[in-house]
Design a protein around this ligand. Structure first.
Ligand SMILES: NC(=O)c1ccc[n+]([C@@H]2O[C@H](COP(=O)([O-])OP(=O)(O)OC[C@H]3O[C@@H](n4cnc5c(N)ncnc54)[C@H](OP(=O)(O)O)[C@@H]3O)[C@@H](O)[C@H]2O)c1
Length: 270
């Protein structure tokens, strides 16, 4: 069932014009301990949503959870490694037990093992594909039945401009992000009859902790960073998070299938 904007208004579903357009909605955000995922979790909470947070770093998730509680929304931190398939069903059960519904899924978690095809080990390839592509599949699979029954849902999968063009020393990363486009388009096609929308979002450079692959590395890196990078070379993650909120609050009959968003001086695109 696809709900028109008029029907949405009549049935009380929120539209982007209200002050808290996502009030009574529940979002699940991966990569919520850092960077874009963190900014997205906070922005969705600001827009009224209750939020489940996924990442490996419990201290950082707890910090974001505290900020969301201060905004006045309910929050659940679920520290887990997305490469561990067995951890995902338990987290989804915990999430649904707590909130009873899922309206929005944002797959922002991502990782990389840089290296040439000659250097890259098969295990590294598997880990990048597990986190960047297999986990979004498993999470979409877990939330889809609930969204189908509800008759609506929004899934945003965060790819990259590296999902539009192959780069040297990034074969696993590019393959995972190109694959995420295929997964997203298939989910969008399957979701259409049930009002489920799926968007593939391809950012260029963002001013995040990207390139540090653990919370310990992030802390070491942050200790050295004094100034944010220029928005013309690296987008503030909050700006991209605002686009994700827009996607989630767009009129129900409007689907943003794909977006490429880059800083003015993006080197990787076009
Ligand atoms: N920054 C850029 O320039 C850029 C450009 C294009 C696309 N992207 C994409 O944007 C997304 C967000 O990245 P970011 O820039 O915000 O980088 P970031 O600050 O490094 O955040 C990455 C997030 O992914 C989580 N993560 C990594 N491996 C995980 C695992 N195995 N299990 C659970 N969570 C895991 C991290 O949490 P834990 O460490 O706590 O697990 C962290 O919250 C990624 O998908 C990335 O590919 C980034």
């Amino acid at each position: 069932m696809v709900v028109s904007t008029t029907e949405a208004l009549e049935t009380g579903m929120r539209t982007p014009n209200s002050a808290d357009p996502l009030k009574d909605q529940v979002a699940l955000v991966t990569g919520a301990s850092s960077g874009l995922g963190r900014a997205t979790a906070l922005a969705l909470a600001q827009a009224g949503a209750d939020v489940g947070l996924v990442g490996r770093s419990k201290p950082e998730l707890d910090q974001v959870a505290g900020e969301i509680t201060a905004i006045g929304r309910r929050v659940l931190a679920m520290p887990l490694d997305l490469a561990d398939e067995s951890a995902i069903p338990a987290a989804i059960s915990q999430f649904l037990d707590r909130f009873g519904r899922v309206d929005i899924l944002v797959n922002a978690a991502g990782t990389d093992v840089p290296g040439s095809v000659e250097e890259l080990q098969a295990g590294d390839w598997d880990r990048v594909l597990d986190v960047n592509l297999r986990a979004p599949f498993l999470l979409a699979k877990a939330v889809f039945p609930h969204m189908r029954v509800a008759g609506h849902g929004t899934i945003v999968n965060v790819s990259s401009v590296a999902g539009k063009r192959g780069w040297a020393n990034a074969s696993a990363y590019c393959a995972s992000k190109f694959g995420l486009t295929g997964l997203t388009q298939a989910v969008a096609a399957e979701g259409k009859p049930y009002g489920i929308r799926a968007c593939i979002l391809n950012p260029g450079g963002m001013d995040t902790n990207w390139g540090t692959w653990s919370s310990a590395e992030r802390h070491a890196e942050n200790a050295e960073i004094e100034e944010p990078r220029s928005p013309t070379t690296a987008l503030p993650p909050a700006d991209v998070a605002a686009l994700i909120v827009w996607i989630a609050t767009a009129p129900p009959a409007l689907v943003l299938n794909e977006a490429i968003v880059s800083p003015l001086d993006e080197k990787g695109w076009p």
